[in-house]
Design a binder for this molecule. Structure first.
Ligand code: PMP
Length: 539
């Protein structure tokens, strides 16, 4: 690729030095390459997340914002130096657009004057302080907002509708009313029918009568109540852990926990398909972090053999069930790696609690191992437990410490009384009615079998309620979602960049309440519509 510099001058020598420093600190453990101006970022071990991390740090340091498209084919240290050089135009100061013709491809030549003018206006409007004079209000334009808008317009111009933020007017179990029409929904995490159970609803209503609609404070300082305390105990017993504590939110639990327990002396290793809350938490921690290939415990074993001794703490973060693919990890193998390398194991059971194991007690029950073997059992009450909130379970001493110190617990209002009562009742019901779990597992087996027998690609999904139908074309996924809705079936697409384009898919969440008829009808519609859509979209 073309570069903006041949040989480092004295001014760009310091740029080079700081780029090398950023790359060095983002490089994963075990990357032993000598860094130089020509070093390829992949050779330095930087995956896409680590590259973005480097880019973010550079943007902060130089107070610049690179155009998104200039980042697509960033290959080497030299490319980064050239990008910075291009942004630091002496005439306009640090916020200048790339008028000298940025480094690469699409951007290397300013194709016409309009684009240039837009670039200049854009950069000034976005970034330059005091860009307006007098009383004229300043319009702050953000490049990512413009790009998003362009993407939405592109979809609409292609005659497609965005299926996100679809509005339900009423929801009753698996049935919803959308745009005045009754549909069967495959978009809910209510895996074992708790959110529609009258006993759960009654408990939530009573809790409002007794405690009001809000906990009105964090648990630590006034928001605690008997419902939350009972729920802590029920959860610990259900999971088989010494103790558990209900947090205000599942997302917040992860986003806060990693930064709380781990710092620059530590290493966080998370599955390549880990939920955004885990990745964000890891980012906030300042620990070294690295994604490892999906479900690959053997890879971790090799890596830790090389690097374990360089770190104070190492944590391996996995999920009980992966919500994009509907597969799950080989827990005993991960436990073995954890023990061999004196690492901690964090398991996010958001989609496995209430789902895996004969009684829905989660991944430990599925594999017949004790929760004492792992360290940090995180989960949510927002899915199979028909409520809203998160939890942490594990050794009592650790949970006590987390209750008193984790920012998302200490500084956030507790889960509402209605939420606590709903989850508490849901767990007690599930203990008495494990057949709900068997029913959900039976229905998801039916969906998987019918789909596979019809030649649909369901990826690695097995034994879980999440069944993706991989179509490999975002437009086709959008079209399918719309067509299914017209037939009274509500299913959401998962598109690039959430997954690679060739893995774009429709995702079906199967619950105990879906009837055989719901599932037959859905697979029949898929069989009829997919070939039609491919023909129409010339796929
Ligand atoms: N972890 C995983 C794996 C999830 O899928 C989610 C939510 N979809 C969360 C954490 C966040 O949980 P909550 O919705 O309870 O905030």
């Amino acid at each position: 690729m073309a570069t903006g510099i041949d040989r480092p001058s004295s001014s760009n020598l310091s740029i080079l030095e700081s780029v090398l420093e950023h790359v060095r600190s983002a490089a994963p453990p075990g990357a032993r390459i000598e860094l130089a101006i020509e070093t390829d970022l992949s050779d330095a071990g930087l995956d896409s997340l680590a590259r973005m991390d480097v880019v973010n740090r550079i943007e902060q340091q130089y107070k610049i914002r690179f155009k998104e498209e200039t980042l697509y084919d960033l290959e080497s240290v030299q490319d980064l130096v050239a990008l910075i050089e291009n942004e630091l135009d002496p005439e306009l100061g640090a916020f200048a657009p790339s008028v000298r013709g940025p480094v690469r491809g699409r951007n290397s030549v300013v194709a016409d004057g309009t684009e240039l003018i837009q670039e200049v206006q854009h950069a000034r409007a976005i970034e330059l302080p005091n860009a307006s004079s007098g009383t004229t209000p300043t319009t702050v334009r953000l490049s990512e907002v413009d790009q998003f808008e362009a993407r939405v317009v592109g979809i609409t111009n292609a005659g497609l509708k965005l299926p996100f933020y679809r509005v339900s007017e009423r929801v009753q179990g698996t049935n919803a009313v959308i745009a005045g029409r009754e549909v069967v929904s495959f978009t809910s995490f209510d895996y074992v029918g708790m959110a529609r159970d009258v006993r759960v609803a009654e408990a939530a209503k009573e809790a409002i009568d007794r405690f009001g609609t809000s906990a009105s404070a964090s648990r630590l300082v006034g928001g605690n109540n008997t419902l939350l305390e009972d729920l802590d105990r029920e959860l610990a017993d259900f999971i088989g852990a010494e103790a558990a504590s209900v947090f205000p939110s599942g997302y917040g639990t992860n986003a806060s926990l990693f930064g709380h327990l781990f710092n620059e002396e530590d290493l966080i290793l998370y599955d390549d398909l880990a939920h955004n809350s885990i990745v964000q938490g890891a980012k906030l921690s300042n620990a070294k972090r690295r994604a490892f290939p999906h479900n690959d415990a053997a890879f971790l074993d090799d890596l830790l053999t090389d690097v374990r001794s360089s770190y104070r703490r190492v944590v391996i973060a996995i999920e009980g069930v992966y919500s994009m693919d509907g597969d799950f990890p080989d827990l005993p193998h991960f436990l073995d790696v954890k023990h061999r390398h004196n690492a901690m194991l964090f398991v996010d059971e958001a989609h496995s609690i209430g789902v895996m194991g004969p009684h829905g007690r989660g991944l430990c029950e599925h594999f017949g191992v004790s929760a004492d073997e792992g360290d940090l059992w995180m989960g949510t009450i927002s899915k199979a437990l028909g409520s809203s909130g998160g939890y942490m379970a594990g050794r009592r001493s650790l949970i006590d410490y987390l209750k008193y110190t984790t920012p998302s617990m200490v500084f956030s209002t507790a889960a509402s009384p209605a939420s606590a009562a709903a989850a508490l009742t849901a767990i007690r019901l599930l203990k008495r009615e494990p057949e709900r779990v068997a029913r959900m597992q039976e229905q998801s087996r039916l969906m998987l079998k019918l789909s596979r027998d019809s030649g649909l690609n369901t990826g690695d999904s097995h034994l879980t309620p999440i069944v993706p139908v991989i179509l490999g074309n975002s437009k086709l996924c959008l079209w399918m979602s719309e067509q299914l809705l017209a037939r009274g079936i509500n299913a959401q697409p998962i598109l690039y960049p959430a997954v690679p384009e060739n893995a774009s898919r429709l995702r079906f969440f199967i619950t105990a309440d879906h009837s055989d008829e719901d599932i037959w009808r859905t697979v029949q519609s898929l069989i009829e519509l997919v070939p039609l859509g491919r023909r129409l979209l010339n796929d």
